[in-house]
Every structure is written in C-alpha cells, then in structure tokens.
Design a protein around this ligand. Structure first.
Ligand code: GDP
Ligand code: MN
Length: 381
C-alpha cells in the first residue's frame, strides 16, 4: 500500500524527521490561502499522486507570488501523471537548496534484511544513477537485532555528508526514519531528495512510503488513509471472492489451483520467454462459478492476450474440472485463446471431454506453457 507525499510527511513530523511546512489543497483558491498562511516569499506547488517522477512531468512548480501560486495550481490540478489524475496539491514553503541527496530504507530479499540505500546523487531517479554509476550507491544492511545504533547511523551519515554539522543532523534523522519504518511495518521509506539548505539545515524535501499490506490490520491509522489504485481495487475484489490475485503486467493470464503450482507456472512462462500477466490461485474445487469469476478477472486486464489454465487434479478430479470449464465457457464470449493443462486424477477422462472444444489442451506443463507463449507472441506482433 502506498501513501501520498503529504501523508508520508505527516508521519515524518510525528517521528521527528525534519520536513518543510506545507498545506494540502484541492483548488486554486485554497492554494492562494495557503500562500498567505505560509508567509514565505517562495513556495513550491506539488502534485499529490501515488507515483514518482512528478518533477519531470511538470507536477512540481515554484511560485513567488499569490498570482503565480494560482497559476501553478491551475496547471497542476487535473494533470494526468502516468495515468493518475491530480486531485490535490501540496503547497510547501520553498527551500533554498544547496545539494540533493538520496536515502531510503527497504526490505531486501537478498540479505533478508532491511537495507539502507544512500547516494550523494539525489533528486533524480535513483534507478538511473544505479544503472549508469552504480559505484555512487551505497548499501548498508541493518541488523534486525540491533537496528540502527549511533555508530551505524554515523557511518551512513558520513557516506552522504562531509560537513560535521550536516552529519550531526542526519544521525537522528536516520535513526528516526528506521523507527518509523519498523513501527509502522513499512516496506519502503524513501527521501529523494534529502537536501542541505543554504541556511545549514538537512531536510526531507520529498517523502515516499509503502506498507506491508499483511500488517495493515495492526495499523488502523495507516489503513484509514488507504486509497486503493485501480489495480489494488481489483486485487481486493478478487480477495473478497476467495482468490489470491496479484497483477504483474505481462500478457499471459494465469489461472491455477494452488499457490505453489501458480508460482511454478509463472516461472515456466518466464523460462519459455513469456511474461505472466498475473498470479492467480483459484484454490481447490471445479465449481464453474469460480472459473467464470476468474476468467472475468483475467479478461478485464486489457493486456492479456492468452489465458493459461493449469490444473493439477488431486482430490479435485480432472473430469470435473473439464465439465466446469465447458459449463463456464458457455457464458463467456472471448477471442482470447485459452490453453488448458490438466493432469492428475481422471486426467484421461478430462482431456477426452475437452476434445472438439476450442481450448488448446495439453497434458504436460512444458507443452501448455510453450503453446501459451507462442500464441501470446504471435498475437503481440
Ligand atoms: P518527484 O519528481 O516526484 O520525485 O518530486 P520531488 O518532490 O522530489 O521534487 C522534484 C525536484 O523539484 C527536486 O529534486 C528539487 O530539485 C525540486 N524542488 C522540490 N521542492 C523544492 C523547493 O522547495 N525548492 C526548490 N528550489 N526546489 C524544489
Ligand atoms: Mn522525489
């Protein structure tokens, strides 16, 4: 779950991570009022959308008068940034920037820890810095038992700053950032840029946080500000139907019974050179209703050009599944080809029933995935 910059900064405030005074507005009039209230000769008007790269898209603008604030608000509100429509902006006191830095804390699979990522090349997209000049990115693994004691915070602070007065400010900032990360079960806290100002301060000019969805139940304050994206709404809807569904962005829609098999199916698709559109575990049972719901879910993804159904018949019998599928597809009209792999109990009977249907049936995973990838590629061209 993601939150907006202004919400992240409210949490920064609570955790004594220094930010700049700011107000959130939904129209030009309240932006003008914010300008008057802030009383700063320079303000920045920033789009609040659940995606990065706002600066590049023209969603961050500086203003030096009430008139300019109105103009900036007018041009940013309603803007489309990577498919997100801006419905609110943050008006913040402007900062005279000396230098921009990058700092984040993120859960890392390789080290099975939270790691701190630091760079003196802040402000721009960190992926770009990582690709072009990887040596400019420093990673520090945080030991979960000790957290961030003073010496680790100092080591981190010195990778960013030479000036001791900046280091002194960064040490508690880093420790508070980690406290926020762990206490709120975040999966990411990112400040890009963290800046030094002309008057000698170190402040978070931007803030980005994501949270572990599985821990939201113990953070009602975070859950209450959840604004699901279209994708997340779909995932929640799937959850309410008893599926576990994760959107992945590829072209091959997958319908599988069992989480392990679903993972293996995605791996196989990758191995054969394709891209899975999703993870979908429909659980046991051959209930046609479930298949219909799952197909609707897969086909609602416009990117999907092939559906791969991979079923292992254990207690669930393959002939029952075949019957369920045939039944389900009586009510589904689609041009998207469907590849079915059925194996296990009553496999032969199941495959027999699928003969003469428009499904591409297969009895091995390799055959099914190979067919799905080939079809998907030919349809993409
Ligand atoms: P992002 O592009 O979505 O990551 O938005 P940011 O909040 O990181 O802002 C992008 C850039 O705008 C920053 O890297 C700064 O260079 C600039 N910027 C943001 N706020 C201020 C400010 O208060 N004063 C000045 N001078 N520049 C700012
Ligand atoms: Mn940023």
């Amino acid at each position: 779950m993601k939150i907006h910059e202004y919400q992240a900064k409210e949490l920064f405030d609570k955790y004594s991570v220094p930010t700049v005074k700011a107000l959130v507005c939904r129209d030009a009039e309240s932006c003008a009022a914010a300008w008057r209230e802030l009383g700063s000769p320079l303000v920045v008007v920033k789009a609040q959308v659940l995606t990065g790269g706002r600066g590049k898209a023209g969603g961050v603008k500086l203003a030096r008068s009430e008139q300019e604030v109105r103009e900036c608000a007018g041009s940013i509100l309603g803007m489309d940034i990577k498919g997100f429509i801006v419905d609110r902006v943050m008006v913040a006191a402007g900062v005279e920037i000396l230098s921009e830095y990058y700092i984040s804390m993120v859960t890392d699979r390789n080290t099975k820890s939270v790691i701190m990522i630091l760079s003196r090349e802040g402000g721009m997209e960190i992926e770009e810095v990582a690709a072009k000049t990887p040596e400019k990115i420093i990673r520090i693994v945080i030991d979960p038992l000790t957290g961030v004691p003073d010496f680790v915070a100092r080591e981190a602070a010195f990778t960013l700053f030479d000036d001791f007065s900046h280091v002194k400010q960064a040490v508690p900032l880093i420790q508070n950032m980690y406290r926020l990360f762990t206490e709120k079960d975040a999966s990411l806290v990112e400040i890009n840029p963290l800046v030094t100002t002309k008057d000698g301060k170190v402040v978070a000019l931007d803030g980005n946080m994501t949270f572990d969805d599985n821990a939201l139940y113990r953070h009602p304050d975070i859950e209450s500000i959840f604004e699901p994206t279209e994708q997340e709404k779909k995932e929640l809807d799937a959850k309410s139907k008893g599926f576990s569904y994760i959107h992945l962005g590829g072209k091959i829609g997958c319908m599988v019974n069992g989480a392990g098999l679903a993972m293996a199916t995605m791996d196989m698709i990758k191995l054969y050179g394709g891209e899975p559109a999703n993870f979908l575990d429909i659980g046991g049972s051959s209930n046609p209703g479930k298949v219909i719901e799952a197909m609707k879910l897969l086909l609602s993804d416009r990117e999907v050009n092939v559906v791969l159904i991979n079923i292992f018949g254990g207690i669930t019998r393959c002939d029952d599944v075949a019957k369920g599928l045939i039944e389900a597809f009586k009510t589904i009209t689609t041009n998207v080809p469907v590849v079915i792999r059925l194996t296990g109990t009553n496999e032969r009977e199941g495959l027999e029933m699928l003969k003469g249907t428009p499904f591409h049936s297969a009895s091995t995973m390799g055959e099914a995935v190979g067919t799905a990838v080939k079809l998907s590629k030919s349809l993409s061209n």
